[in-house]
Design a protein around this ligand. Structure first.
Ligand code: IVH
Length: 684
């Protein structure tokens, strides 16, 4: 057993350091979940051993102190913090305590209407208006004293310089409270631009927003697309409002952005349902939220129940299931991709993240590992955002005991032993051996994958096994499998039915369109979208074999690099033999039923992006439908995108469309547009 006093000291130290890193350096070193864990452990220790409670304990403060660069601002009314409720049970506990407090103050239960708001994961700020003019803006700081960032806040478009209310509804003084944030799509672009310029990237939009707001030069802030949602008022002189709902209405009228999806609920069951709705909505928003905030609607009830310590009794933060967790990094093995790239990945002790067990995550390349300073044996933070692949965010360096090992990239290919090379301008290492078995197996896996020939029953393990026994050494061998029934039946796990199913799936794949065949070949830089674009300009194998670089470059998205890569592929005798064998196997080596000539059809001249699961269409069918209607399907959303078709699972593309104001429609509307039963959506 550790000594409680020593542990409390240790926890205070950890929390103080984390606070400093987070608030002062804008460079968090621990995950929220870990931080909350420390805080709770410390609170529990202090509750069990009251003699350990010191006045300077982090449990007694609202946050970290303000840093030195900006002038201090004392908030007229302190900026409070919120207690947390994790899950419905804790929400009900909060409600029980609230009712007790209400009863104590002589207030009836049914006076408790609630407002449910998104808990924006940004930066709390306070905006002071005197006689309708914006005079000062400050960060939250420690809740009592923040930093004067007025000049920077003036650059944010959502913050009005003057209130829009008529004189009789304009208070002499008001402190408007809200959250400054960076929307997800601009955040991604901003980070990508920094990475391209060799600058360090921000871990999340909140840090980027914090960094942007605490700039000494407001011109830098002005370049960052910061936004704001307002949700509260601090000091107010001459502002009439009896409820939170009325306050939000006043904020809206005064010209502040107020989230349109905030709801008023009449009982705690409805509150719980509204919280769940926010959790579901989370993946589709173009800003980060980390929970929902539940507030008592009536301001007189709020005042009557008051606060305990750092948090008001009348409000609570309903926290979502964490999408981050900590676990141990057990090893960093290296995979060889189909292009020969060496791809290190993390093997971790299994851990639940956002309802899914995570064991592995990609680590991209050795630079990524070095930048994050990951060592084998580290405790690490893993994160799942939306439906994205898990990521290793950072090591918990303070938990190291010296036994951790640094990762070294192997100097020979782990699959074939060939010395690896690093081409100029590449951050990745490559195995240069074209006959490397790992590359071949991976390229066969790509060939049979869903977006390519889509051969069901040929999973990773089967492909590897068929390669091993020599039945499939090249894509074209797949189409000869029918001649090797007995050899297949001799394989472990194969019975009559499974062999029949596999051969039927192989047969069915002969019908895949030419563009899919092109994608399946695994030509470097030619993915599914580019393959479609190439198929549109060279609609058959014969035309492809005769194509020049210029002809290829007519395809959308094809420049010298991609065209060169295609020609390089075609210049190999082995590849030409494979292509002829595929043709001989009866694959479709020409585009059939030419798409409607450009310039005709309901979607003529329109560019459409499809994202998420579109009911009634596979991805290919949706693209084909766009092409058949005379439109063009592309893969990335920009201002030039005419509209986006989105379904469940849509993520950053949807967010980007929303932030750019590009119209978004669902599967039903898409069908109606294709049928000419609904107008083609246009930007408002
Ligand atoms: S109300 C008691 N409403 O959450 C009043 N806060 O943990 C507290 N936050 O510092 C503020 N969204 O930065 C409120 N809709 C919302 C919020 C919200 C995000 C943040 C705010 C505050 C922290 C409290």
């Amino acid at each position: 057993m550790t000594d409680p006093a020593a542990r409390a000291d240790e926890l205070r130290d950890l929390i103080d350091r984390a606070n400093h890193d987070y608030h002062v350096l804008d460079a968090p070193t621990v995950d929220d979940a870990v931080y909350d864990g420390w805080m709770r452990e410390l609170q529990a220790l202090e509750a069990a051993h009251p003699e350990l409670l010191t006045p300077d304990s982090p449990t007694q403060r609202v946050g970290a102190g303000a840093s030195v660069q900006f002038a201090p601002v004392r908030h007229e009314v302190p900026m409070l913090s919120l207690g947390n409720a994790r899950g419905e049970d804790e929400l009900l506990d909060w409600h029980r305590r609230l009712r007790d407090a209400m009863r104590g103050a002589g207030i009836e239960d049914d006076a408790a209407r609630f407002v449910v708001e998104p808990k924006i994961d940004g930066l709390a700020i306070s905006l002071t208006y005197r006689d309708g003019r914006f005079v000062r803006g400050a960060t939250r700081g420690d809740g009592a004293v923040g930093e004067d960032v007025t000049a920077n806040l003036r650059t944010i478009a959502g913050i009005p310089a003057r209130l829009a209310t008529p004189p009789q509804r304009t208070p002499r003084l008001v402190e408007v409270r809200g959250e400054v944030y960076l929307p997800l799509a601009p955040f991604a672009e901003f980070n990508a631009a920094r990475a391209a310029a060799g600058l360090p990237t921000f871990a999340n939009p909140r840090n980027a927003a914090a960094g942007s707001l605490r700039q000494t030069d407001p011109r830098v802030t002005a370049e960052r697309p910061l936004a704001i949602w307002c949700y509260a008022v601090g000091a107010a002189d001459g502002l009439e409002a009896a409820t939170q709902e009325e306050l939000l209405g006043w904020l809206r009228d005064a010209g502040f952005p107020v989230n349109p999806d905030i709801s008023v609920e009449h009982d705690i069951a409805a509150v719980a349902a509204a919280c769940t709705r926010w959790e579901e909505r989370r993946a589709h928003l173009d800003f980060d939220i980390d929970g929902a905030v539940v507030k008592i609607d009536r301001l007189d009830v709020q005042a009557a129940v008051g606060s305990v310590g750092r948090a008001p009794r009348w409000a609570v933060a309903y926290k979502f299931a964490p999408t981050t967790a900590t676990t141990r990094l057990l090893d960093i093995p290296v995979n060889v991709g189909r292009t020969g790239a060496l791809i290190p990945y993390a093997v971790m002790e299994p851990v639940m993240v956002g309802g899914v067990t995570v064991r592995q995550a990609t680590l991209h390349n050795q630079e990524d590992i070095a930048r994050k300073d990951l060592r084998i044996g580290d405790r690490v933070i893993v994160q799942r955002a939306g439906d994205v692949i898990p990521q290793v965010v950072a090591p918990l360096t303070q938990d190291r005991d010296g036994t951790e090992r640094e990762f070294v990239m192997p100097d020979r290919c782990p699959a074939c032993g060939t010395p690896v090379v690093q081409p100029e301008g590449e951050v990745r290492m490559f195995c240069p051996n074209r006959a490397c078995p790992a590359q071949i197996v991976q390229s066969i896996e790509h060939f049979v994958s869903r977006s390519a020939m889509d051969i069901e029953g040929l999973g990773e393990k089967t492909v590897a096994r068929l390669y091993e026994v020599g039945l499939v050494r090249d894509f074209a061998d797949i189409y000869d499998l029918a001649d090797h029934r007995d050899a297949l039946l001799a394989l472990e796990g194969f019975k009559d039915t499974s062999v029949n199913n596999l051969l039927a799936a192989v047969d069915a794949s002969r019908e895949r369109p030419w563009a899919r065949v092109l994608n399946a070949l695994g030509i470097r830089h030619v993915g599914d979208i580019t393959a479609q674009a190439v198929a549109d300009v060279v609609p058959s194998l014969d035309e492809l074999l005769a194509a020049s670089e210029d002809e290829l470059a007519e395809a959308e998205g094809v420049g010298p690099v991609v065209a060169g890569s295609v020609l390089d592929f075609l210049s190999s005798d082995a590849n030409r033999v494979t292509l002829e064998r595929l043709r001989g196997a009866g694959l479709r080596m020409r585009q059939e039923g030419p798409s409607r000539p450009a310039g005709e059809g309901p979607l003529a001249g329109r560019t459409v992006v499809v994202t998420g699961t579109i009911e009634g269409y596979t991805r290919d069918e949706a693209w084909a439908a766009v092409a058949a209607a005379g439109g063009k399907a592309t893969d990335s959303v920009s201002r030039r995108t005419s509209f986006v078709v989105a379904g469940p699972g849509a993520g950053s593309k949807l967010a980007k469309a929303e932030s750019l104001g590009v119209p978004v429609i669902d599967a039903a509307a898409f069908t109606a547009v294709l049928a000419g039963e609904a107008p083609v959506p246009t930007a408002p």
